[in-house]
Design a protein around this ligand. Structure first.
Ligand code: NIG
Ligand code: FE
Length: 394
């Protein structure tokens, strides 16, 4: 007997496209989708009547820095008065401001500050969230962040995917070479040993790490069995996207300055383009990511919040989805795939989450809206009537 039978549902499984399935039921066994389209009177331990409402796969927010302490409101105000993100970084603010706040916070405080943000995301239908380290920038504090991320899993019913972003910035008083060696030789082995992350990430940018740094980190990550992802082409193009793709990166993220060559390299490597309209909006950028080239060269596009205190203090995937549609010109179908199937692919989990098919996790949401596209039309006031995580209503 099935554990749960969802009936009278307008299902949008999104396996091949963003279209509606011809069937109205979904059966769950042991946290996974067991079948679609079974008769509505099939016996099950529990039944949920969707009453003709829309059912979507649980959303996947595949790029966040959601674990942090404090805020950067003062710097936001400086930016509003004309200072740029790079200028603030050069004066020792930016990421370093948050590093200071995270270093003095305990693991417990980080958990407590982050949990409400995760609950807010889940309230909008997010059932998987990726969270990066990167505000510790030393062994003790990077591990503290990753352990806090691990601990969060005990406090909320959603999948939390940890990414080791030790290479986020060069800590004050250190130089790039020494610090990167510490990341690769000292921190990475502990992260691997304690299974604290499944991917590494690096901020490859003229204000952070260069292409050679990326290569060194990715080579060691691969040896250690971790996936690789990278922040590339956000503020400038230093050739990091081609290098990341050549090393089999699961995703390159931001990409406002990507060239057609970069996009072709991503196509060849099967790398996902993670677009982050929130950071674009907050930094008042004007150069948009090359969406036409991603389409032409069939590079899958994902969309994520980039939730962080500096460049994207947005605790709302729905808001960012709307920004992606209006600002980047993505279609409703592209956005919806971008927060489900393609976001799952950016995490290397497309076989488990991001679509409604037998064998996938039973993560889905029920929406009282006329069509999925409505989420890209109305801004604000939307939330799912129910969120199911591994077959259980949260
Ligand atoms: O994705 N670009 C680097 N990392 C973040 C910003 C982090 C911060 O400013 O705290 C980003 O935009
Ligand atoms: Fe980021």
């Amino acid at each position: 007997m099935y554990d749960l039978l969802l009936k009278n549902a307008r299902l949008f499984p999104m396996v091949q496209d963003a279209g509606e399935a011809p069937v109205r039921t979904l059966a769950v066994s042991e946290g996974r989708i067991a079948a679609l389209g079974v008769p509505a009177n099939t016996p099950a331990k529990e039944t949920f009547d969707a009453a003709g409402r829309i059912v979507l796969p649980g959303f996947v927010d595949c790029h966040t820095h959601a674990l942090y302490a404090g805020n950067r409101m003062a710097e936001h105000n400086l930016r509003l008065r004309g200072m740029t993100y790079e200028q603030i970084a050069h004066t020792g603010g930016g990421i370093h401001t948050t590093v200071q706040a995270v270093r003095i916070a305990s693991e417990q405080q980080l958990v407590e500050e982050t949990l409400p943000r995760l609950k807010t995301l889940r309230g909008e239908g997010v059932t998987t969230v990726e969270i990066k380290s990167g505000y510790g920038l030393d062994m003790e504090n990077e591990l503290k962040m990753l352990r806090a991320i691990r601990q969060l899993r005990r406090h909320i019913d959603m999948d939390i995917v940890a990414t080791f972003l030790g290479a986020h910035a060069i800590p004050r008083g250190s130089n790039r070479g020494d610090y990167l060696a510490e990341v690769i030789e000292k921190m990475l082995p502990v992260v691997v040993n304690e299974k604290l992350a499944e991917s590494v990430d690096i901020f490859a940018e003229n204000i952070a790490f260069d292409v050679e740094d990326l290569r060194r980190l990715f080579m060691q990550a691969k040896k250690a069995g971790l996936n690789a992802r990278a922040h590339t082409d956000q503020l400038s193009n230093i050739g990091a996207t081609i290098a990341a793709a050549a090393h089999g990166a699961l995703s390159c993220d931001h990409l406002e300055h990507a060239s057609e060559e970069d996009v072709l390299a991503m196509h060849r490597a099967g790398t996902v383009a993670v677009l982050l309209p929130g950071a674009f909006y907050f930094l008042r950028e004007t150069r948009k990511p090359p969406v036409e080239w991603f389409r032409r060269h069939q590079v899958p596009m994902a969309v994520a919040t980039d939730l962080n205190p500096g460049s994207s203090p947005i605790v709302s995937l729905l808001t960012v989805m709307h920004m992606g549609a209006i600002t980047f010109g993505l279609t409703a179908a592209e956005i919806l795939l971008g927060v489900t199937r393609n976001a799952a692919a950016a995490l290397g989990r497309a076989d488990k989450i991001g679509s409604l098919a037998p064998g996938r996790h039973a993560d889905f949401t029920v929406w009282g809206v006329p069509a999925p596209e409505f989420l890209l039309y109305q801004m604000g006031g939307l939330k799912p009537a129910a969120v199911f995580f591994k077959g259980k209503k949260t």
